[in-house]
Ligand binder design. Structure first.
Ligand code: NAI
Ligand code: MG
Length: 359
């Protein structure tokens, strides 16, 4: 049966990298006899907002909920729509209503890409950040009193539930269990945040009981960020609450070079709702319209999409293809962010060709 994919290019370079994401998915699908059916949507973009006064149509939930996955570009055009409106009106609605409680980001140093960390080679950095994506520090519990007076007070509560914490920990432990190193690192701050974080540590220890083969360690978030930079080779799977995960999942990919290659997945592991796959980068207004954005973040997100749908081999083929193209270091093919003079389309086509050649 065909997998139904909702394609939402969004804004700016989202519209430029998406065709390459779809091109490479189609190439992989053809090689591995996978049936993919793409349906395109123009909502969740600032152009849609300008025409309709809202980011999404009223029936977006009904429209999208039956899809097997959502393939997203990027949202945001601050010149016309403020960022908090475009983001809250689109992506954050998807994450919440579709209960995409795992935010997954691979951090891997690729061949041909220079890490900002000195002397790091491909193989030295290869880990995942698993971020809790629905609760924690990003809660709507709290409020403001005596606004504008001397007595002004603001409170925002962290909300951690056993349900919400255990399910993301289970995902992270399963992932660690499936990898050769079988190592899990938990981000904590139980010295300073003395109620929720010691409890988080307890839940990690309790979940760890079910995974005797997984080695577990933990670091306070402050020193953990330092270790990401000093010792990225220590990590395999790193699990974190919403806020800590937000920080780590930007820092991790930053340690591996350009933001243009980093992918991410917002996953509803049970498949009750579609999961969403998107590059880490935004709409990049500074380079939009020139056709020079790096499409690898979008393409790698497509590989994560296929993996999520159970097509591991096809996903591996996409990753192998862009690694091969990067390793070849042909400057007429690579985009300017990684030192070349190529375009989004030239690089996308080269990767699609490498997928077909690899078979
Ligand atoms: P950004 O990721 O769009 O750009 C940051 C810098 O990285 C820019 O200099 C850009 O040219 C460069 N860059 C980004 N992607 C690239 C690629 N594929 N190839 C080459 N260079 C690339 O972040 P920024 O500028 O903070 O935000 C711009 C807009 O994107 C805002 O409206 C923001 O809200 C939105 N945004 C959306 C995200 C999403 O859709 N998930 C994530 C981050 C930002
Ligand atoms: Mg972030």
């Amino acid at each position: 049966m065909a997998h139904r994919i909702a394609v939402i290019p969004g804004d700016g370079i989202g519209k430029e990298v998406m065709p390459e994401g779809v091109r490479t998915l189609e190439a992989a699908a053809k090689c591995f006899n996978i049936e993919l059916e793409f349906e395109y949507f123009d909502f969740a973009s600032c152009d849609y907002f300008i025409e309709h006064g809202q980011m999404l149509p009223d029936d977006w939930f009904e429209t999208l909920k039956g899809f097997d996955a959502i393939f997203y570009g990027a949202v945001g055009w601050p010149e016309t729509v403020p960022d908090h409106i475009s983001l809250w009106g689109s992506l954050l609605q998807f994450r919440r209503r579709f209960d995409q409680y795992v935010n997954l980001r691979p951090c891997r140093l690729l061949p041909g890409i220079k890490s900002p960390l000195a002397d790091r080679q491909p193989g030295d950095i290869d880990f995942y950040v698993v971020r809790e994506n629905t609760e924690g520090e990003y809660s709507s519990v709290g409020g403001k009193m005596f606004e504008g007076t001397e007595r002004e007070v603001v409170i925002q509560e962290t909300v951690m539930t056993r349900h919400g914490t255990d399910r993301v920990l289970k995902y992270a432990f399963d992932l660690a269990q499936s990898r050769p190193r079988r190592k899990l690192t938990s981000a904590t701050k139980s010295n300073g945040i003395a109620i929720t974080m010691p409890w988080w540590d307890e839940r990690v220890a309790a979940m760890g009981q079910h995974y005797p083969e997984v080695t577990v360690d933990q670091f306070h978030i402050d020193i953990l960020t330092a270790h990401f930079v000093m010792h990225p080779d220590w990590f395999d799977v790193v699990v974190a609450s919403n806020l800590f995960g937000d920080i780590l999942s930007d820092l991790g990919p930053a340690c591996t070079g350009t933001i243009g290659v980093a992918p991410s997945a917002n996953i509803n592991p049970e498949g009750t709702f579609p999961s969403l796959f998107e590059p880490v980068h935004g709409s990049a207004p500074d380079i939009a319209g020139r056709g020079v954005a790096n499409p690898i973040g979008q393409i790698w997100s497509g590989a994560m999409l296929l993996e999520h749908l159970g097509h591991q081999e096809a996903a591996n083929a996409i990753v192998a293809a862009f690694e091969a193209v990067l390793a070849a270091c042909d400057n007429s093919v690579l985009t300017p962010d990684i030192g070349g003079q190529g375009t989004t389309e030239i690089l996308g086509r080269a990767i699609a060709r490498a997928i077909s050649d690899g078979r």
